[in-house]
Each structure stands twice: as C-alpha cells, then as structure tokens.
Design a protein around this ligand. Structure first.
Ligand code: E4P
Length: 217
C-alpha cells in the first residue's frame, strides 16, 4: 500500500520523506488554510520535495471552472494530481482533464456508486472518506471493501486512495482490504510505530543493561 501524507506542512512532509514513508501528498482547501501559505507557493515546494503525485484541489463548483483551475494547478509541477469533488460537474471535469493526460483525484466519495462513476470517468484516484463516515456511525472501512470488490470485478485501474484516516487502525484495515493508497496526517503515520509491548520490552532491556555496567561504545 502506498502512503500519501495528508498535509501542506512542508517540515512534516520532509521528516517522513527522509524515512521513505511518502509516496505522495494530498492537500485540500482546509489544509492550505491551515498552512497559512499561498496555494501555488506551498504546492510547488511540495512537488519539488516529493516525486510522487501531489493532489491540489480545485474550488470552482462548475465543470468549466474546475477544468480551468485544474489546468492552472497542473502548471505547478508534472506530478500534480488535480482534485475535483464527486459531483456531476466534478465527473465532467475529471473526464476532460484525464483525457488531456492529467492525473485526477476524485474526492469526497461516500458511496460505491460514486466510486463506480469516477472510475467510468477515468479517475486516476478515488478518495473515499472513511473517518467522516465513521463520524456519522457508518463503518467507513465497509466502503473501502465494497469499492475494492467493484473495481476488481471489472478490472478498473482507478486507484483506491483511502482518505479521512484518523487512526493507525484505519491504516491497518485499509492495507488488509487491499486499498492501493492511504493518505493520513503525519501523526497517524508516526503512531503506527507505537506498541505498548515495545515500550515495556525496551524498559526491561534498559533496566537489565544498566545492571551489566557495560557500554557498547
Ligand atoms: C483527503 O484527500 C482529504 O484531504 C482528507 O483525508 C480529509 O480528511 P478529514 O476528514 O480528516 O478532514
């Protein structure tokens, strides 16, 4: 499973990238707002740092506007994936932009039917939001499993990009289901390294080592 990092925070991306944990980046208008940076400036920096796909989201609500904004965002770097919402206009924009050879990430997906439409429109990535479904007491991971089955039934090449990930457990479940990509905030990726028994074991080793009176260097 590829790891995308869901942030526009350059320092956080750099730290994970140096460890080989970043196959791509996703941003959205809320993350750009949170960064306090100019969208084109910060997105260009991300594109220069990370060779993989960097999603930048359009904000127009009509297809023509999304297409124009998508073409503008694509000028930022060769690795830009244009993000459009899963509306009828977004699907129209997806079709046009992908037929121009651009990567398109169709976002705000909450059903298998929406994912099916995105695949038909040629989307490079579909972004189902698991955390926001969990928030309304619908199991978000069930949606990932449904989309996996639908795409596999018909050999669609659209990649399932599990989004709105809130926990390390979401990462494990996405990987078990066979999602192609998971995008997560940096703290969630780092939390995957934690285990209470690792901490406990390390404490015990350190205590015993201290009793030996030895040093390695
Ligand atoms: C994905 O592309 C979105 O930017 C993101 O995962 C949304 O996550 P949220 O529901 O935690 O805002």
């Amino acid at each position: 499973m590829k790891f995308f990092v869901d942030t526009a925070d350059i320092d956080a991306i750099r730290e994970l990238h140096e460890l080989g944990m970043v196959d791509g980046v996703t941003t959205n208008p809320s993350l750009i707002m949170k960064s306090g940076r100019d969208i084109k400036e910060v997105t260009k920096e991300i594109c220069e740092l990370v060779p993989g796909p960097v999603s930048a989201e359009t904000v127009a609500l009509d297809a023509e506007g999304m297409i124009a904004e998508g073409r503008e965002l694509a000028k930022i770097g060769d690795n830009i994936a244009i993000k459009v919402p899963l509306t009828w206009a977004g699907l129209q924009a997806c079709k046009v932009l992908t037929s121009e050879g651009r990567m398109v990430n169709v976002t705000l997906c909450f059903s298998a039917n929406q994912a099916l439409l995105a695949a038909k429109a040629g989307a490079t990535f579909i972004s189902p939001f698991v955390g926001r479904l969990d928030d309304i007491n619908i199991d978000g991971m069930d949606l990932i499993a449904e989309i996996r089955q639908v795409y596999d039934n018909y050999d669609f090449s659209t990649e399932i990009l599990t989004a709105s990930i809130r926990s390390a457990n979401h990462m494990k479940e996405a990987a078990l289901i066979g999602a192609d990509v998971a995008t997560a905030p940096p703290n969630v990726i780092k939390a995957m390294a934690n285990h209470v028994l690792t901490d406990k074991g390390l404490d015990a080793f350190m205590a015993d080592w201290a009793k030996t009176g030895q040093s390695i260097i």
